[in-house]
Design a protein around this ligand. Sequence first.
Ligand code: PLP
Ligand code: 3DJ
Length: 405
Amino acid sequence: MLERAKSLDAADPLAKFRERFDVPGGVIYLDGNSLGCLPRATPARLEQVVREEWGRDLIRSWNSADWINLPQRVGAKIAPLIGAQPHEVIACDSVSVNLYKLISAALRMRPGRKVVLSEAGNFPTDVYMIEGLEQQGLAERRLSDRGDLLEALDEDVALLLLTHAHYKTGEVFDMEAITRAAHDKGALVLWDLSHSGGALPVDLNARNADFAVGCGYKYFNGGPGAPAYAFVAERHHSDAQQPLSGWMGHATPFAFSDDYTPAPGVDRLLCGTPGILGLAAMEVGVDLIAEIGIEPLHSKSQKLSEFFRQCLLESGLDLELVSPIDPAQRGSQLSFRHEDAYAICQALIARGVIGDFRDPDILRFGFAPAYLRFEDMAEAARHLAEVLETEEWQRKEFRERAAVT
Ligand SMILES: Cc1ncc(COP(=O)(O)O)c(C=O)c1O
Ligand SMILES: Nc1c(O)cccc1C(=O)C[C@H](N)C(=O)O
């Protein structure tokens, strides 16, 4: 398989982009769906922001370096990558905080309805944020199994909140059909794009989506704790009111008035002063993904995951796949179920193959198409086969749980 991998790499139109990332030697990184790799241009850009814009120009940089518009500028660059208009997206805060803002805004837009419907087993923060609003008496949380979601949609539902590509299994929802079904019941829809933005084609406006949020530190390679992004469809710009009425979301923050007037459009999603270092790093990652293009990234992602699967099959491994077998139905990942998934994951990490474990029994491999090679797939599959054949994962040191998994 290694020979075949090398010929696929030689013919890969995206191969040249690998050197634009600082991929550490001796590592096969299959966790770009948790924390993306460092773009090579990021340290120099951060050095410039720190030394020149902050160190030398100090407060003048809010104007001279246009820091004040950085959340909008980064949002506008993400917009075409998720099927939105530039003025519909803003980069700020974390996904969790943006969920709070948008769930609250949606509830205000559907007076008389309190139910926020989501999938049982959705990424925890999504369901926790609904729970928090429920504890404040503002929402009623309803969780339903994936297959029962449409049945659970009724006229009490104010908002349907779903993750487009599931964080554990990678299974992708049909955004158009589900959004339509929710709208038919008078509900709004908020899509969490954390595992699809920057890796899969997302067409928010063509699917008539209302709201979306997504992660900056995964496929957009914005760095640890990078700002997230949030989308509000233009038709909701005057109605969507979020509760974190901080001064940066004011129509005229520098008028310093006693009363809050929300800024027009997505600018009102801002709360406090944006983190400029995080946004500057994020912009480098977004620029790079935009330069490569979502369609080529998606096409390569499907080929990588299929090749990985083929390599596993060739080595005779019979692992239980929990991701959809059809690449069109899944995000840029493959997940397998094994009762010793944690120890297997640790044994692989010791060999330099970094995937991740998701409690209780999922071994997850993310395929960031911007910097991975087919050769990495062949090698990772070989290591996985060896770890399982030799039962190397049985070693005691691979069974001790770390704080962050
Ligand atoms: C689907 C999903 N939503 C939200 C998050 C977390 O968002 P944040 O840490 O930015 O609040 C993640 C991963 O961390 C995720 O996978
Ligand atoms: N954000 C993370 C973190 O701060 C530490 C460890 C992992 C993460 C993640 O991003 C987890 C990720 N969203 C997931 O899909 O599992």
